[in-house]
Design a binder for this molecule. Structure first.
Ligand code: XMP
Length: 320
């Protein structure tokens, strides 16, 4: 298991030089593929990888249909400004087909893992002749997976899965000794703009982690709209992470004087340093009321909005 480097003891220059050297040495004169989701971890890995390999790194954003509103355009734009070209691969049909009929949280995660690594990246790596996939796994992803709490979509070797055997390529994970606070320090040192290295965390399974029950394009669109409201209204809170979750149960409400058996959105907003423990942010009632008002106005069929007040543990940050 990787030894932890805490944010306090992290020397960003030493770390960067070491990882750039390791990536160069491993990849040799071949090329590598880099999975970029636009989150903090994969953005930092993209910067490290380009420092190490330059044009020999192909950066790919998988449009899986589960991302936040405008995410693909934003990511392409951000990295264009940094001189890095991002290829967008449309895999929406593949992901929704893989998720069809699944409601169990761990089965959903597994379907997403297989779609990403076996199907989409398997194909891209095979066609490109690359032998390596560079990705932003961090220590917290591994801890929770190994402890059996959640099967993070990007953890393999610690579970005894050899990516070479399972998918046909090796996976390079230069951030595996860090937690989110350390990753942010490296991002800042590598010249990522604050709007990227300070972004709130977003999980690999994306909005599928925020839908309880069936993942369909319609249900994803519902949670996407609610999530946009939550991100817009809570962006100045300084909280670690905030999100909307779509529940499976419906509740009776009324709209235009008629009964409406509608949907429920749960809002979560967390204070945390590194995601290992977290407490709900003490939002003012005024903000809570604004959240409820805007979600109900902007998201069709929602008649109930709740705020989570349980801490992690026993809660977890995401709902599935
Ligand atoms: P939980 O929900 O386990 O989340 O308390 C801890 C942190 O990790 C993020 N998260 C994930 N990130 N793949 C990821 O890359 C995943 O499968 C995953 N699940 C949770 C979550 O958003 C939080 O910041």
């Amino acid at each position: 298991m990787a030894t932890e480097i805490t944010a306090q003891e992290l020397n960003t220059e030493l770390f960067t030089n070491e990882k750039v050297g390791e990536i160069r040495e491993t990849v040799g004169d071949g090329m590598a593929i880099n999975a970029l989701s636009g989150g903090v971890d994969s953005s930092v890995v993209t910067m490290l990888g380009h420092k190490a390999l330059g044009e020999r790194l192909r950066t790919v954003f998988v449009e899986n249909g589960l991302m936040r509103a405008g995410e693909a355009e934003q990511v392409v734009d951000f990295f264009q400004k940094l001189g890095i070209t991002v290829e967008v691969v449309d895999a929406r049909k593949e992901f929704f087909a893989a998720l069809a009929g699944i409601t169990d949280p761990e089965e959903k995660r597994e379907a997403i893992t297989q779609s990403f690594y076996r199907n989409v990246f398997g194909r891209i790596v095979r066609e490109s002749g690359a032998k390596y996939l560079l990705q932003g796994t961090i220590l917290t992803d591994i801890d929770e997976t190994v402890a059996g709490i959640k099967r993070q979509h990007n953890v393999f070797e610690q579970l005894g899965i050899d990516p070479q055997e399972a998918f046909g390529y090796r996976i390079l994970e230069p951030l595996i000794q860090l937690r989110k606070d350390g990753v942010r320090k490296i991002g800042e040192a590598l010249g990522l703009p604050a709007e990227l290295f300070k972004r709130i965390p977003f999980p690999g399974p994306a909005l599928a982690a925020r839908v309880i029950g069936a993942v369909t394009p319609e249900r994803i669109e519902t949670v996407r709209k609610a999530n946009s409201v939550v991100e817009r209204l809570l962006k100045d809170t300084g909280a670690f992470q905030y999100m909307a979750i779509l529940h499976e149960d419906r509740v009776t409400g009324m709209r235009d004087g008629k009964r409406d058996f509608g949907q429920q959105i749960e809002v979560r907003c967390w204070d945390s340093i590194d995601a290992r423990i977290a407490t709900p942010t003490r939002l003012s009632f005024e903000i809570l009321e604004k959240l409820a008002g805007e979600i109900i106005r902007e998201v069709p069929s929602v008649v109930s909005v709740t705020y989570n007040i349980a801490s992690k543990p026993p809660s977890t940050i995401e709902a599935i």
